[in-house]
Each structure stands twice: as C-alpha cells, then as structure tokens.
Design a protein around this ligand. Structure first.
Ligand code: UDP
Length: 388
C-alpha cells in the first residue's frame, strides 16, 4: 500500500505525486484507467492526513472552537439569549444544579441530553443556554436573526452550536426493532464493536447494503441501482411514521426493518443524510465494513474527525446510479484498500466516540460557552430542577 494511515505518514510522503500514483496503479488497478481518479484521491488524502491527538476528546475540539468563534469578539450577552430563546428549550446551571423550562418539545430528547448534563453539572460554572431539540438547526446565516442556539446537526449555512445528539442516550428514532427509540450508544457500541472485530472482512457478503426510510430523495439512486443489480446492491426503503402509500417507498412495498448487527454482515454500507444528519453513520462505521458517505453538508459534532478516503468513501449528494456503480466496482476491485479504509473508519469511532468522549465534549463545550458569557445569570424561577 502507498502510505499506511499511521504516524509514519509524513516520513513516507517522499515520492512525487505522479510516481506514487503510478505505484498504486500498478499495484491495485491492473491498469484500469477508470479507477485512477479514485486512487489519486486516496493518495492525496493520505498525504494530507494528520492523525488527531486522541486524548480527552481532542479529535473534535476544532468543531467547538469553530462554532463558538462568532461569539468571541462581543461575547454572549443576555440580549442575545433573549433574541433566540423561542428557538429551543432554556436550561440554567446555577450553583451546580441543573434547571430547565418545564416544557420540552420532545421530552425523551431532553432526557437524552440531560443524561450528559447531569454527569458534568458539578464541574460547571453558572450559565444559561438554549437547546434546540428539533432535527432542524435554527440560526440561518442569511436570516439576520442571531444568537447562540445549540443544535445536534447543521450545515455551513447555520450559526448553531453543535452538541452531541440526545440519541447517544435516549430519544432516537423508534423503529420496530428499537421500539423505545435508538439510543444507548454505550450498548450499541459494545455490541457492534465486537461484531466489527469478530466478523472477518473476507466472510462479509460482498454487496452494498442499505435499509431506511425515504427521509431524503438522495437515497433514491442507490435503491434504484439495487433493483437493477440485486447481485451488487441490496438497498430498500422501509416505512416510517409518515408512510402513506407505496409512493413513499419509491413504488415498492416497504421492506422489513433490519438491525444494525445484520448490517455488519455486508462489506459495503451506505450512509445518507435524512431530514438533517442521520444517526446511522456512527453505527455502521463500527461494523468494520466500508462506509460510503453520501453528501457532506449535514454535520454532527464528530464528523469532521472522519476524513474522506481515509475513514470512508465520500459520494457526491447528486451521484447517479452510474456513479454509484462505478464507485462500488472500484471498491470491489481494490479489496485491500477497501478493507483498510473500513478499518480506519472503525478505529476512529471506536477510539474517539466513547461515552466518555461525549461527556468530555459537552463539558468542554459548556465551559468554553460559559467563558464567553458577559453576564452572571440569575436563577429563573419559571424553570424546574432536573435531577438524576
Ligand atoms: N434503521 C435501522 N434498520 C432499518 C431501518 C432504519 O436500524 O431497517 C435505523 C437507521 O439506521 C437510522 C434510524 O433507524 O438510525 C432511522 O432511519 P431512517 O432511514 O428512517 O431515518 P434517518 O434518520 O436515517 O433519516
């Protein structure tokens, strides 16, 4: 392999790009020129990759700095909070106690958030903040409406401050297999992490796999490719609560839902955005299968630690059936590279998305946020105390 993804990368990056590409072509593509563009992208990604420092959720630190930067110059004033308080649920930390507005739009999401807040409340100074529990971010850069709102997912078009989604603990989407909602990342992590290690790459079914509902039409080309090439792809739409007719499953009967464990049997797994970012990304990376991640607009706090061509195969959000087929064929024809990228993806999540990394991110984020506040919050008597 050209350059292994480890700390020796800089020392090995001595060949010129052309020489290096020639080597990969010789080694991997059996002179099939169609794939050279992908090999070049892998080569370039490896040259530019700098492994992050895995201590104390440091791999994600750049994200909170980026999200808070806009508040650095003027700080976070009471007026800013008043501007945006209707955009989410108000929380206060006063004297190491946690308080919340009595009404949470999605109560189980608030529980999922509070699990982490209660773990760290004793370390935090007095502060108040607004948490958006909707899927959609709130502070669009174009709206002229500004203030600090915490949201789980956003694109570059928003000023929201990303926080680790509720679903790391509770309040994730409920499907028949997970009727209480997908949550408890600790449990999923340990089960999938074991499976990822026990299922050998060569024993995985050499097909692309996807199950999910049609929350976004960007998923259609893969489902259509699956109908044309069932030998290569098994991608089907399942029902969600909004399902009304077969039109919502692209004119086919809804497929049965499939557990994350079952996903791990396949070599190639797909992630797509849904309404915002989809929760499946972290789960399928732990299968140690090769993840194709479609679109790069919708982010969660941990996405930027994952690098295209190093930890997953990036796919344009407007990729056609033909584009997907070519990319899959590339992976099939470069099994060793595919296996390596799959392992890198697994390692990034396994090493840097532990429960303690989630707690660590919340702690650092709120400490930084509090340091930007320009006033000392007074206890708001309309809020209720939240306890374990
Ligand atoms: N899901 C699953 N098995 C299925 C269908 C969905 O595990 O057969 C999971 C999926 O991975 C995601 C959640 O259920 O974490 C919701 O999936 P859906 O596609 O409905 O919506 P999304 O949130 O991805 O837009």
């Amino acid at each position: 392999l050209i350059i292994k993804v480890d700390s020796t990368i800089p020392n090995k990056s001595i060949q010129s790009n052309e020489e290096c590409v020639t080597n990969i072509v010789n080694k991997y593509s059996k002179a099939n020129t169609k794939y050279i563009k992908y090999l070049k992208l892998i080569d370039q990604a490896r040259r530019n990759y700098k492994p992050c420092n895995e201590n104390r959720c440091n791999c994600h630190a750049g994200v909170m700095s980026h999200d808070l930067k806009i508040f650095k110059e003027k700080g976070i004033s009471e007026k800013l909070i008043n501007n945006i308080k209707s955009k989410g649920t108000k929380y206060q930390i006063i004297n190491h106690k946690l308080y919340r507005d009595p009404n949470c739009m999605f109560p189980s999401r608030c529980v999922g958030i509070e699990h982490f807040l209660l773990e760290i409340v004793s370390d935090l100074p007095d502060m108040e903040f607004i948490v958006n529990t909707r899927d959609w971010p709130q502070i669009n850069k174009k709206y002229g409406f500004f203030g600090p709102v915490f949201s789980f997912s956003k694109t570059d078009e928003y000023f929201d401050i990303m926080y680790p989604a509720w679903a790391f603990w509770e309040g994730g989407p409920a499907i028949s297999l997970y009727p209480r909602g997908i949550g408890r990342w600790d449990n999923h992590r340990s089960k999938l992490g074991k499976l990822g290690n026990f299922t050998k790459w060569d024993d995985k079914i050499p097909k692309a796999f996807f199950r999910g509902s049609r929350t976004c039409s960007e998923r259609d080309p893969l489902v259509l490719l699956s109908r044309e090439h069932p030998d290569m792809v098994d991608a089907q739409y399942t029902k969600n609560q909004a399902w009304k007719s077969e039109e919502d499953t692209l004119n086919a009967p809804p497929a049965k839902e499939v557990s994350f464990e079952e996903h791990c049997k396949y070599k190639y797994l797909f992630n797509f955005r849904g309404v915002a970012a989809s929760f499946r990304f972290k789960h399928i990376l732990l299968c140690k299968s090769l993840v194709f991640h479609v679109g790069n607009e919708w982010q969660e706090f941990f996405y930027s630690a994952l690098k295209p061509w190093i930890h997953y195969i990036p796919v344009n959000s407007d990729a056609t059936k033909e584009d997907l087929k070519e990319l899959l064929e590339f992976a099939i024809n470069h099994d060793e590279l595919a296996k390596e990228i799959a392992e890198n993806g697994y390692n990034m999540i396994w090493n840097n998305l532990k429960m303690k990394d989630i707690t660590c991110y919340w702690r650092k984020l709120l400490k930084k946020y509090a340091s930007l506040m320009t006033y000392k919050p007074k206890r708001d008597q309309s809020l209720i105390r939240i306890k374990q």
